[in-house]
Design a protein around this ligand. Structure first.
Ligand SMILES: *Cc1c(COP(=O)(O)O)cnc(C)c1O
Length: 458
């Protein structure tokens, strides 16, 4: 999809609608000098050149990529009008679109049609709402999250004065249920936060197993699927290269109390688009203490009544709506094949790393995040950190062969359990990490592998 003609068409369509309201004179104070515009715009765009090329497959670092052109066109068209999804009279069309896209996301997870949910400005705010609702609806004790959970949970617990218990993770980066269960059995834990796609390794916590405790122990289960949530589409596709366990846990999100997913990560949207969903619409009463009714559905509510944030961009809902019209949440078309391509790219790179004498994989990828490090000159953890840092820095300077990775810090003992042949001489080990979140990575991994290998061999 070519951006420019559709941008043009979107602007024209909005201008046409505007013209139907009759002409009026723009205030002179809003007028700008053309030369000044050209000058400022040129300064602006030249400063933007200082970014890494997030759009290019040679950028294989953090969770970053530009939105799909469909989202850009959708965002721009609504932004020209600037509806506020706080309330219906702030913008009925985009509020209705928000309910439609939220229903589609709920269906993707297998949540009931009555589930309550809305878009948020981020995964942070979505998790904040989940933590707030959990605190208000379950006064039994602490919240448990794994040590691989996002750092936002620690901050949110501080903010909401929630007792947070860190549960250690296993060597695959998944929460250790053997450690969690005794505390749950003793009634100390009110809510378990499971992560579907940890930020560092892309690990999926054993959600299905914790869901089984839900009724037995009366706990709430919240899933932080900000990053990995859309892989629920791949879980429903037998040809997607996911392990059976990963598939089972992603499918178990259907039975959890709440889930967070970030359309601004794997949902092709610009930043400013998170989403929170609650299975039981009755939790809406937490948002509106003065509500005259106790039963809520998104369908007959002003979204502002069930959202912690007040003003929210209607354009974000519009962008997501247009994107999902064209790229539906399906495993066999739309978003699904893009996610599967990333999964295959990660496995293909892992296979190349296994055969390499210059680079070594840290562990097999569970989703689309690959972790690896250069074989160090000195066979030690400190040697790994130094070699990783050097390759990371060389990548950005390699002209035609430039590449962009990220550096991941791991506790020394965690690293040592997987690579015991290397001397443990540091508390922390730095390795390399690549998030292969663009489908174009699949065709590019061989070249990327060569670039990184060349830089490491130098
Ligand atoms: C990104 C992320 C968050 C934070 O979401 P923001 O949208 O960056 O605020 C929380 N948890 C997980 C697992 C994430 O990947």
């Amino acid at each position: 999809m070519d951006l420019q003609p559709y941008l043009q068409r979107a602007v024209e369509a909005v201008r046409e609608w505007e013209s139907e309201w009759g002409s009026f004179r723009r205030h002179p104070s809003t007028r700008l000098d053309e030369a000044a515009v050209r000058h400022a715009l040129s300064a602006y765009t030249s400063r933007l050149r200082g970014n890494c090329p997030f759009f290019h497959p040679r950028y294989a670092g953090q969770m970053l990529k530009p939105p799909h052109p469909a989202a850009v066109v959708g965002y721009l068209a609504a932004m020209l009008i600037n509806p506020n999804n706080h309330a219906m009279d702030g913008g009925r069309p985009t509020s209705e679109m928000e309910k439609e896209v939220v229903a589609r996301i709920a269906a993707m997870f297998g949540f009931p049609a009555a589930a309550l949910g809305h878009l948020t400005s981020s995964g942070t705010i979505a998790n904040l709402e989940a933590a707030w609702v959990a605190r208000e609806t379950n006064d039994r004790g602490a919240v448990a999250v794994s040590d691989q959970g996002h750092y936002t949970h620690g901050r949110l617990a501080d903010l909401l004065r929630i007792d947070l218990r860190m549960v250690p993770s296993d060597d695959d980066g998944r929460m250790r249920l053997d450690v969690l269960e005794p505390a749950v059995r003793r009634g100390e834990i009110g809510t378990v936060v499971m992560t579907a796609g940890t930020t560092a390794l892309g690990a999926v916590d054993p959600i299905a197993d914790v869901v089984e405790w839900r009724d037995r122990y009366g706990i709430r289960v919240h899933v932080d699927a900000a990053y990995g949530g859309f892989f629920a589409l791949a879980a429903g596709d037998d040809s997607a290269p996911l392990e059976d366990e990963t598939r089972r846990h992603l499918q178990a999100i259907a039975d959890c109390d709440s889930v967070v997913v970030d359309p601004h990560k794997h949902g092709l949207q610009p930043y400013g688009c998170g989403c929170i969903l609650f299975r039981d619409p009755a939790v809406g009463s937490v948002y509106r203490h003065d509500a005259p009714y106790t039963y809520f559905t998104s369908a007959d509510l002003h979204l502002g009544e069930i959202s912690f944030e007040c003003s929210r961009p209607g354009a974000a809902a519009g962008a997501l709506w247009l994107t999902l019209e064209l790229l539906p949440l399906r495993s066999d078309e739309g978003l699904g094949p893009m996610l599967s391509a990333g999964l295959r790219a990660a496995r293909a790179w892992h296979a190349l790393l296994l055969e390499s004498h210059v680079l070594r994989p840290y562990m097999p990828p569970e989703l689309d995040i690959v972790t690896y490090f250069p074989e160090p000159a000195a066979a030690s953890a400190a040697g790994v950190s130094q070699a990783s840092q050097e390759v990371f820095e060389r990548g950005a300077e390699a002209a035609d062969e430039a590449f962009f990775l990220s550096v991941l810090r791991l506790p020394g003992d965690q690293f040592a359990r997987r690579h015991s042949d290397l001397e443990t001489d540091a508390d922390e080990v730095r390795i390399l990490r690549s998030v292969l979140m663009k489908p174009e990575h699949e065709a590019y991994v061989e070249l990327l592998h060569r670039f990184v290998t060349d830089a490491a061999a130098r």
